[in-house]
Design a protein around this ligand. Structure first.
Ligand code: ALA
Length: 484
């Protein structure tokens, strides 16, 4: 059945060896940095506070552990695929080789949601820290232009206005898009500097705020589930809150898979991909557990529902001007996440267009900069609109659910390929794949189950649109279809 037509892994490996349209400029160091650049962001800087206040309490630490475990299973599967098929396109390309074109389209469409809306979510978090920093130095961003369309913003005098759109979020998207058009090498250098700043901020927070922990704030560690009119509220504290919180803070781990989308730009993908993916994920997991534990130890979780919780906690811990420094570092750090997300997004378009599932014009590589510049610009424009419009939680939950779905498919894909083509040379093998792959799929499904029905609904709408596009365009124009 042609819906399930597949690319062969051997063809893909030949394609990877002969396609020189993207520069192979990235080594293991740059790839790990790319991963950390994509991972640490709005999740830890903003969602830690929201989730502690609304879902998990101090047990936000457990939410981070649960989401981290699910990510590590999936990361092992991603690493095997990325070393096996070192091509641009990540899970989408892996899906094409294992589960067929239809599933590949689903993953590709899903990744568009992940990266494009991921950049949106982070640009909204960026805007929150920028507005707060500017206020510190005496500049007020007009409230109407500082938050999601229709959301209430309380002014200094206590009155409330309704926001029109989030202007700072749109501005950062425009700046990052321009950087991507100029080129991957320049962007990677820019990324390294910023990742360094971001790590410094996180470490300063950990070392500087730990002394102010008051263990009483950790009790009760898992606050009892909220009960309204005798009915327990799903996701509001208790174990169901820890699970719902894990689904939301899962956003904080998204990004290690972005490393795999740069496989075609890696100097030595077989060796460097697994190092970049797993290394960056492990470093971030440890940092998250420390940061969320300290944040909920310094302040009561009930006070953490603010747009800039890490800076607020630093302030409470008596770090004074360092808190302003933390805001600056967060601003720089969030910029690098947007960069990697948009980079990954344009690479997904690139891969899908190369396969004929999207129109060829998006596949145009710039003669001087050697970047897929048209896809970068199209993505930037498309992403700027929801960046001005959505709230951070709305956008973030949708990204989480979409990415978890990609994890499920990738984990299943690894299993299928091991069974179907056991002899392929695999430079990196997922350890005990028959256990790791099913656990990867199950843990991702469990986190998805904790997210609200509204998020599921939006995911379904996104896929209905995707299926229509595939039916009208991709099914007929795909390279495999034309070959047949
Ligand atoms: N993990 C990234 C963040 O938290 C997407 O911003």
């Amino acid at each position: 059945m042609s819906l399930f037509r597949r690319k062969s892994v051997t063809d893909l490996q030949t394609e990877a060896a002969t396609d020189h349209s993207l520069k192979r400029a990235l080594g293991p160091w740059n790839l790990t940095m790319l991963g950390i650049g994509a991972i640490i962001g709005t999740g830890i800087f903003v969602l830690t506070g929201t989730v502690a206040a609304q879902n998990s309490g101090p047990a936000v630490v457990l939410s981070f552990v649960a989401a981290g475990i699910a990510s590590i299973f999936a990361a092992l599967c991603y690493a095997e695929f990325a070393s096996l098929v070192p091509m641009a396109g990540s899970a989408y390309t892996y899906g094409y080789a294992t589960l067929g074109e239809f599933i590949a389209w689903i993953i590709g469409w899903d990744l568009i949601l992940e990266y494009a809306l991921g950049a949106v979510t982070v640009s909204i978090g960026w805007s929150g820290y920028v507005v707060s920093f500017l206020r510190d130095i005496g500049i007020e961003v007009p409230a109407r232009f500082s938050a999601a369309h229709g959301s209430p913003v309380t002014l200094a005098d206590g009155t409330t206005v309704t926001a029109i759109f989030n202007l700072p979020a749109v501005i950062i998207i425009a700046i990052v898009t321009a950087l991507l058009v100029v080129g991957i090498k320049e962007s990677a250098n820019f990324n390294n500097v910023i990742v360094f700043v971001k790590l410094a901020v996180v470490l300063i927070f950990i070392v500087g705020a730990a002394h102010a922990i008051n263990a009483a704030n950790w009790h009760p560690f898992i606050p009892p589930q909220t009960v309204t009119d005798g009915v327990p509220v799903r996701g509001a504290f208790g174990w169901s809150g820890v699970l719902a919180g894990a689904g939301v803070v899962f956003f904080a781990y998204i990004g290690f898979d972005a490393v795999s989308t740069a496989a075609q730009e890696a100097k030595n993908p077989q060796k460097d991909m697994p190092v970049g993916i797993i290394g960056s994920l492990l470093i971030c997991t440890v940092l998250y557990i420390l940061v969320s534990g300290i944040a909920t130890g310094v302040m009561s979780y009930t006070e953490l529902n603010v747009p800039d919780p890490i800076a607020v906690v630093a302030d409470r811990a008596g770090l004074g001007w360092i808190s302003t420094g933390i805001k600056l570092g967060a601003i720089a750090g969030l910029s690098s996440v947007i960069l990697v997300m948009l980079l990954a997004q344009s690479r997904i378009f690139y891969s899908m267009a190369r396969d004929g599932l999207l129109p060829q014009w998006v596949n145009n590589v710039h003669p001087k900069f050697q970047t897929p510049w048209i896809t970068s610009i199209v993505t930037g424009l498309a992403v700027a609109i929801p960046a001005g419009w959505f709230t951070v939680r709305e956008a973030g939950s949708l990204v989480s659910i979409g990415t978890l779905l990609a994890f499920v498919i990738v984990s299943i894909g690894i299993f299928v390929l091991r069974v179907r083509e056991p002899k392929l040379e695999r430079p990196f093998k997922t350890p005990v794949y028959w256990l790791t792959a099913p656990l990867g799929a199950l843990s991702a499904l469990l986190l998805m189950s904790g997210l609200p029905w509204r998020t599921w609904e939006r995911l379904i709408i996104w896929f209905v649109i995707g299926l229509l596009i595939y039916g009208v365009y991709g099914y007929r124009n795909s390279r495999l279809a034309r070959r047949a």
